[in-house]
Design a protein around this ligand. Structure first.
Ligand SMILES: C[S@@+](CC[C@H](N)C(=O)[O-])C[C@H]1O[C@@H](n2cnc3c(N)ncnc32)[C@H](O)[C@@H]1O
Length: 197
């Protein structure tokens, strides 16, 4: 009987919550999907999503900072993917006003803009308002991913508010998971995954 040898080099499936989020979305998102990046920041996730949804799909991207919207727009243009993305320079708490489609997936990467003003962060009330609207917009079997950073001022309080809210969701309507790197130092981010049933 032959022996299959799998050599894994330099690749970690569970490295951190950014990698984990990307692994999940790369399995979940199909061509033609309609998705939302509710905190576009420097546009890394928006670009990834734009690639995954293909020509027939659509990505909605929100950020309150025009610098984030500009950086993301430039990134998309460099790759010729700007046609698939609707960037909205507004708070994600207004998602219900801007998105008329149902969504297959929505992601949030909470906190401050890397390389930007660290005082401008997501805040619990608007984050929760937005998540509530997004859960309504999701299709059944749609997925919500929320990454909470806890190293900055207010980050841990926001994570607790997000967790309290997600814990209160009816288990008949939502599966809710927490992905927590419990042996990492220095406030590793916590990822929450919600599947709408
Ligand atoms: C951690 S960064 C996102 C990083 C991003 N995923 C990337 O790939 O670079 C968080 C972003 O949320 C934005 N933000 C803060 N409050 C917001 C709100 N109410 N609605 C939408 N975006 C918001 C910030 O301006 C910041 O750019």
């Amino acid at each position: 009987m032959g022996i299959a040898v799998v050599i894994v080099m330099g690749y970690r499936y569970l490295k951190n919550s950014v990698a984990l989020t990307r692994n999940i979305i790369s399995h979940f998102v199909k061509e033609g999907y309609i998705v939302a990046d509710c905190t576009v920041g420097n546009g890394h996730d928006t670009l990834l999503l734009a690639r995954m949804v293909g020509k027939g799909g659509r990505v909605y991207g929100f950020d309150i900072q025009s610098v984030a919207i500009d950086r993301t727009q430039n990134k998309l243009m460099e790759h010729g993917l700007e046609q698939r993305v609707i960037l909205i320079n507004s708070g994600h708490e207004n998602i219900g006003k801007h998105v008329e489609d149902r969504l297959h997936l929505a992601i949030y990467n909470l906190g401050y803009l890397p390389g930007g003003d660290k005082k401008i962060t997501t805040i619990p009330d608007t984050t929760l308002e937005s998540i509530a609207q997004t859960l309504t917009l999701l299709y059944n079997n749609g997925l919500l991913l929320v990454t909470c950073y806890t190293g900055h001022e207010g980050g841990e309080i926001e994570r607790q508010r997000v967790e309290e809210y997600l814990m209160s969701l009816d288990q008949k309507r939502f599966n809710v998971l927490r992905f927590d790197f419990i042996n990492q130092r220095n406030n590793p981010p916590v990822l929450y995954g919600v599947e709408k049933l």
